[in-house]
Write a protein that binds this ligand. Structure first.
Ligand code: ATP
Ligand code: MG
Length: 425
């Protein structure tokens, strides 16, 4: 049977749907424009991940126009309505009423909003490059904040007074670094100074949000620059205090590892970031680092397992060529092997480890499945058929037989049975 076709979610379909949403709002007499990240991406000639529409229509008018079945009222408090496409390919568009954000007293979210005009809506956005509108009908950019000039200069600049804008929402500090890393842009000096000044207040942002930002930042090719900026502004002290404390001794090694990493999942990049500190830590310090990632930063169990494996496996992978196959093989069939190998590859590429270690690993990984992970000669069933009862000794025999099989000391099952008979109970 063939797999069902995945729903086509073509960029052209999504763009077309986002255009239709604007057209329908305009026909009903409202102002409507594409807004924010999608405008920035179009000007950078990148395909937008999603299209946001900003409009003069109020949320209840948007719902009425597109009908209750095609709309979801997710961010009602912020005047945001999701309009669903007619099919999966068209995706969905967030339609937000032009608004002003009132005062921010919690350092994260506005206390209230009021509906307003396009120019005021631009002014409440975070960075100039994120504050533009685009009219998809006349195909004109509407730029109240100098975003297109900053796009050309390659600058991340807060809209308005940098200090005040960063003070009102501390998450913007991490967003500034992320966009700089994603586009290879510099952070404009007043904005960077504001980051320096407010970095320690990042701690009021929730662990989940910090982790989500670290994730999005570390998968970009600009990750090295981002981590340098986290360190130089003081954000790293809040994100990963143990890494910040060691930065003067480990920072350069971390940066060369991050530079050497190929495109990878975020846990690989984070492992590279943590490795230099981890190597120096005691067992107790390692355990408390992992506790912090889980407790404060809300890492999932799977993310923690990936990190833990990638970090601990390095000590053995450093000597891959010298290891007995029975020691190396379990690392290479481990479910999180690819994360550990990403880090190993970076270590070799940045010259801290001989190439032969990686070549050994790559050659083994290229083996046929039955060679890489041969069917065990000895299993529980065989032991029971020989009259052994399950227990600690049972597991030990299975492990010993497995190691001997991998190391070529037991070649077939009859040799294994002969060997077992010499082991006693
Ligand atoms: P991405 O491609 O990562 O989604 P984006 O620019 O679309 O980038 P979103 O987080 O989806 O970012 O936000 C959409 C828009 O909303 C931004 O472009 C910006 O104009 C505005 N925005 C988002 N978060 C904030 C914030 N914390 N403060 C001010 N404006 C914000
Ligand atoms: Mg977006």
């Amino acid at each position: 049977m063939t797999e069902p076709e995945p729903p086509t979610n073509l960029p052209a379909d999504r763009r077309q749907f986002a255009l239709e949403v604007v057209e329908q709002l305009r026909r009903a007499g409202h102002e409507a424009l594409w807004a924010g990240g999608c405008v920035r991406d179009l000007l950078l000639e990148r395909t937008p991940t999603d299209y946001d529409v900003a409009t003069s229509a109020h949320p209840e008018q948007v719902r009425k126009l597109f009908g209750p079945r095609r709309t979801l009222s997710v961010g009602a408090a912020f005047g945001v309505i999701i309009v669903l496409g007619r099919n999966a390919g068209a995706g969905q568009v967030e339609v937000a009423t032009f608004r002003n954000d009132a005062q921010y007293s919690d350092g994260r979210r506005p206390d209230a909003i009021t509906f307003s005009t396009a120019s005021e809506d631009a002014a409440r956005r975070d960075f100039t490059i994120n504050g533009m509108f685009y009219d998809p009908i006349s195909q004109k950019v509407i730029d109240y904040v100098g975003g297109s000039a900053d796009l050309q200069r390659g600058l991340i600049r807060a809209i308005g007074d940098a200090d005040a804008r960063i003070a009102e929402d501390k998450l913007r500090m991490l967003r500034a670094v992320r966009f700089a890393a994603r586009f290879g842009f510099a952070i404009e000096s007043a904005t960077e100074a504001a980051l320096q000044r407010h970095a320690d207040q990042l701690s009021i942002v929730s662990g989940e949000r910090m982790t989500a930002e670290m994730h999005k930042t570390l998968v970009t090719p600009g990750r090295e620059l981002a981590v340098r900026t986290w360190a130089s502004t003081g954000l790293l002290k809040v994100l990963l205090p143990t890494v910040a404390a060691d930065w003067s001794t480990t920072g350069e090694r971390i940066c060369s590892l991050l530079r050497a990493l190929q495109p990878c999942v975020w846990t690989s990049a984070l492992s590279a970031l943590l490795l230099p500190g981890f190597e120096k830590q005691t067992e107790v310090e390692r355990a408390s680092l992992l506790d912090d990632l889980k407790g404060r930063l809300k890492f999932s169990n799977d993310e923690l397992a990936q990190l833990k494996f990638a970090l601990t496996a390095q000590a053995q992978l450093t000597h891959a060529q010298q290891l007995a196959w029975s020691q190396l093989q379990p690392l290479l069939i481990h479910p999180h092997r690819s994360v550990a190998i990403d880090v190993l590859r970076a270590r070799v590429l940045c010259g801290e480890l001989a190439e032969i270690q990686l070549e050994t690993v790559d050659a083994r990984l290229a083996l046929q499945p039955e060679q890489l992970n041969p069917t065990p000669l000895v299993d529980g069933q065989l032991l029971q058929s020989l009259g052994l009862r399950p227990g600690p000794r049972f597991k030990e025999l299975i492990n010993q037989a497995r190691a001997a099989q991998l190391d070529g000391q037991l070649l077939d099952q009859s040799a294994a049975i002969t060997w077992l008979k010499t082991q006693g109970n």
